[in-house]
Design a protein around this ligand. Sequence first.
Ligand SMILES: NC(=O)c1ccc[n+]([C@@H]2O[C@H](COP(=O)([O-])OP(=O)(O)OC[C@H]3O[C@@H](n4cnc5c(N)ncnc54)[C@H](O)[C@@H]3O)[C@@H](O)[C@H]2O)c1
Ligand SMILES: [Zn+2]
Ligand SMILES: [Zn+2]
Length: 376
Amino acid sequence: MRMVAAVMYEQGLPAPYADSCPLKIEEVEIDGPREGEVLIEVRAAGLCHSDLSQIAGLRKRTVPVVMGHEGAGIVREVGRGVSEFKPGDHVAMTVGSGCGYCRSCVDARPVLCEVVGASRSRGLLMNGRRALTGHGRELYHHSGVSSFAQYAITVPGTLIKIDASIPFEIAAMFGCAVVTGAGSVFNAAKVRPGQSVAVFGLGGVGLNSVMAARISGASVIIGIDINENKFPLAVELGCTHTLSAFDAKLVETVRELTNGGVDFAFEISGSRAAMISAIEVTRKGGEIVCVGMGASGDLYQYPHTALVAEEKVLRGSLMGSCVPNRDLPLYFRYYTEGRLPVDRLKSGTMHFDELNRNLDMLERGEVLRQVLLPHG
Ligand SMILES: NC(=O)c1ccc[n+]([C@@H]2O[C@H](COP(=O)([O-])OP(=O)(O)OC[C@H]3O[C@@H](n4cnc5c(N)ncnc54)[C@H](O)[C@@H]3O)[C@@H](O)[C@H]2O)c1
Ligand SMILES: [Zn+2]
Ligand SMILES: [Zn+2]
């Protein structure tokens, strides 16, 4: 079947992206679902800062690749052996599922699954196949999702069934922004009522951490960003305080507000400067949860003796350390109960021809989550 998709042929094209057009909008061929696969009509797909980092070439990708790693849509066809889904089901697409059998998977840490991780980094579907072709050449998949397209072939592990009453434009944000931000609080940090947190980076992911910290009962939630335009919504979603990352007294102020430092600092901006501040604002015995990602190979520096003497923990968290089938239905329930108002994160919708311009808007910090509507 022929369809329209956004293909990246080359990483590292310069900004402004409205001029360099790293995403080519073109017709590509998608193969029908084979055994164990599902064909999705993609109705909405969110634009994440990780898309921007890969377009900028900070982390290598196999190219040419159909981009997009969060989305929502309707199951249109299932291959032989698929019993979990049927045509007409509404689904959200996510990245974090595993093979179900390896050591990490049986340990409830599917984001660390080596089998799926290997397919993901090679640009293949989880079953090792590619189902996309452009100009007679096979294209790679992005994280087994490739949602910047009118249709996607995927495997059941990347899909979560959702209630048909949930708008696709909202459901699309759950597969990365929500699962990553909320999971960093619930799964990685395990914040308890009364504890204090600082969130560096109040973007699509960081604001989900703010909302999750509020659900967890955190008593102090400090939002920190370089862009003060992000503060009003952050306060609405749960921040008890907001501070500029440029504030010379940032560390001092956080320590004063929290009687010596926060229990948990979440670094969700991908900035080295933020990571240094995150370590400094954390109390003795506290944890720094590292979610933001810069370029692969980036080196960070921290005072090692202080880390030892103050028993601080640096903890990485990928995709909110999620178990998709356990966590996403819960987050959707929080959304329908009004406790996780993910709809507040949608800045607007766009069509294919606006994707490159939206990369510039995200880079300039003008938007939170922009949602692509592949069918107009
Ligand atoms: N760990 C994971 O699994 C995972 C998943 C998704 C995204 N990410 C990463 O998380 C980060 C955030 O993604 P997003 O989509 O929310 O991005 P975003 O662009 O929506 O938000 C980033 C925010 O960080 C702020 N910021 C920049 N520099 C800062 C600094 N020095 N101090 C404080 N704030 C600063 C920006 O103003 C912006 O508000 C990115 O690095 C992305 O690659 C990681
Ligand atoms: Zn993402
Ligand atoms: Zn596995």
